[in-house]
Design a protein around this ligand. Structure first.
Ligand SMILES: Cc1cc2nc3c(=O)[nH]c(=O)nc-3n(C[C@H](O)[C@H](O)[C@H](O)COP(=O)(O)OP(=O)(O)OC[C@H]3O[C@@H](n4cnc5c(N)ncnc54)[C@H](O)[C@@H]3O)c2cc1C
Length: 476
């Protein structure tokens, strides 16, 4: 595995000892882990970022636990990283300076599902699938669905502004966050936002916290918008002889006024990974679209017809409709496991999560192929074609190929920015994309963001080494 080593020095032992004594006193030793073997699993997430084993792990259960931990972090000058399920793809929850990890998995209460106000109020450690199920039991729907929905948690979703296959039709996490309870370094708790659809009092601080990658504050309560559950869902699979044909079909669907609930594109290499998982896909297919349509029966039937026409126009090899829920689940399970399946295809893999304007998706596929060919690196891509967001994977076996891989990634990033796209659609900057942020954003814009960070976390102790090139946390 190709790892990105920690960029900050470890936390000095005397500071850790002070924090340990203070945390034991405030929270009680049962909520504070300190043995390396207990803390080890909190040193990484689902990315290539390599962390340090945290010196201390707090298992928070209440707002007071969060407040006390953030107070101790400042008092003892020890860095702190909040953590949900650790499924992040860019190292957001990886403690690059060691210090304290604040684990929120015990804060897993769904406090309210209100059918009248169409809101849910949840603690940060609620697993997304549990919220989906609770909302659906009430005939309601929480659309954001990162493919990690069976394990990832709402606090992490808010911090990363998670997207997912349904984003094309329904938007991303940000579009559903009405209000937040957030504690700042030092222990001040803010309630931002509201419980109503409308509300424009003051700056939109909730929007600032969404997507802040655990660098501005720690969430303890989240108020979310729900919508009525769509009456029915149909899944279709379109197989194509080339990725270009699949992207032509996407354009043709949109031209016909169809906005699918999900519109997932899988290229030739990714199809091979799915076949290796035992999914039976026609051997001549070099690209696939997985399409979910939802709404009432009449709308779905009309949209299915239009999707069929669009696929015909793009010379699809065939279009299949999943006949029942189990066929649907099988297709989606294979798609969800793609990332792990691809990992088995080579010794090393780096995945980038880039977005271009939808009309440039074919150009993006070409740019990926060109970057791979130019540097002799194997690439494959899949992702959310409806919103121009592709997960591009770079695979290699020989460690000597690392410089070539970096060059191929850099070439692709430059193409993405030229196309007025963005370096990250949903995974955030974390540790791994820090070098690319100045390619997309001006020095002035980065300076404004750092100013906000300094205002809320003057000692730079909250999740140091993330988003911006590290200058070291200022306390040590
Ligand atoms: C197989 C797989 C598929 C994925 N598919 C998608 C996808 O389709 N779309 C997508 O957007 N992402 C996807 N992801 C990435 C990941 O699941 C999301 O980023 C998710 O939102 C992370 O949630 P988490 O609970 O695991 O957070 P973690 O990884 O634990 O943390 C992520 C960030 O959130 C911060 N954080 C966590 N809790 C809090 C809190 N209470 N307060 C403040 N900050 C906090 C952490 O400090 C860190 O910076 C995928 C990951 C995997 C492994």
């Amino acid at each position: 595995m190709f790892l990105v080593p920690p960029s900050l020095p470890p936390t000095p032992k005397d500071l850790v000892d002070k924090a340990h004594i203070l945390l034991d006193r405030k929270l009680g030793p049962s909520k504070v882990l300190h043995l390396p073997e207990s803390c080890e699993r909190f040193s990484r997430d689902e990315s290539e970022a390599e962390g340090r084993v945290p010196d201390l792990v707090v298992l928070a259960e209440t707002l007071d636990d969060i407040r006390d931990t953030l107070t101790v972090s400042v008092e003892a000058r020890v860095p702190l990283t909040a953590r949900g399920a650790g499924t992040g793809r860019t190292g957001g929850a990886v403690p690059v300076a060691g210090g304290i990890v604040l684990d929120t998995t015990r804060m897993n209460q769904i406090k309210e599902i209100d059918r009248g106000d169409l809101v849910a109020v949840v603690a940060p450690g609620v697993i997304l699938k549990d919220l989906h199920a609770a909302a659906e039991r009430e005939g309601l729907f929480y659309p954001p669905d990162p493919n990690s929905w069976e394990t990832c948690m709402l606090g992490g979703n808010i911090a990363e502004n998670a997207g997912g296959p349904r984003a094309f039709k329904y938007g991303v996490t940000r579009d559903y966050v009405l209000g937040l309870e957030t504690t700042l370094m030092g222990g001040t708790t803010l309630r931002t936002g509201r419980r109503t659809v409308k509300g424009v009092a003051g700056y939109d601080m909730t929007a600032l916290f969404v997507g802040s990658e655990g660098t501005l504050g720690v969430f303890s309560e989240i108020t979310l918008k729900l919508i009525p559950k769509p009456e029915t869902v149909f899944t279709l699979m379109g197989l194509f002889g080339a990725a270009r044909d699949a992207t032509v079909a996407v354009e043709a669907m949109i031209r016909r006024g169809v906005v699918p609930r999900c519109l997932e594109l899988t290229d030739s290499g990714s199809l091979d990974a799915m076949r290796a998982q035992g999914v039976g896909i026609d051997a001549s297919a070099r690209a696939m679209l997985l399409i979910d349509l939802d709404g009432d029966m009449t709308t779905c039937e009309r949209d299915m017809e239009r999707v069929g026409e669009a696929c015909d126009e793009a010379k699809a090899i065939e279009v299949l409709v999943a006949q029942d829920a189990s066929q649907r689940d099988r297709l989606w399970a294979a798609r969800r496991e793609l990332s792990h399946a691809i990992r088995n295809m080579a010794k090393n893999k780096l995945a980038e999560d880039v977005v271009v304007p939808r009309s440039r998706i074919t150009d993006l596929m070409d740019a990926v192929e060109r970057s791979g060919q130019e540097y002799g690196v194997r690439t494959l891509a899949y992702g959310h074609a409806g919103d121009g967001n592709l997960h591009v994977n770079f695979l290699w076996d020989d460690d000597e190929d690392v410089p070539k891989v970096h060059k191929a990634i850099e070439a692709m990033m430059r193409h993405v920015i030229e196309m007025r796209g963005t370096i990250s659609g949903e995974h955030g900057i974390g540790v791994l994309k820090i070098p690319f942020l100045p390619w997309e954003q001006s020095a002035e814009l980065i300076a404004v963001q750092k100013g906000i960070k300094d205002q809320l976390d003057p000692l730079g102790l909250l999740n140091p080494g993330k988003i911006f090139a590290p200058g070291g946390h200022k306390a040590c």
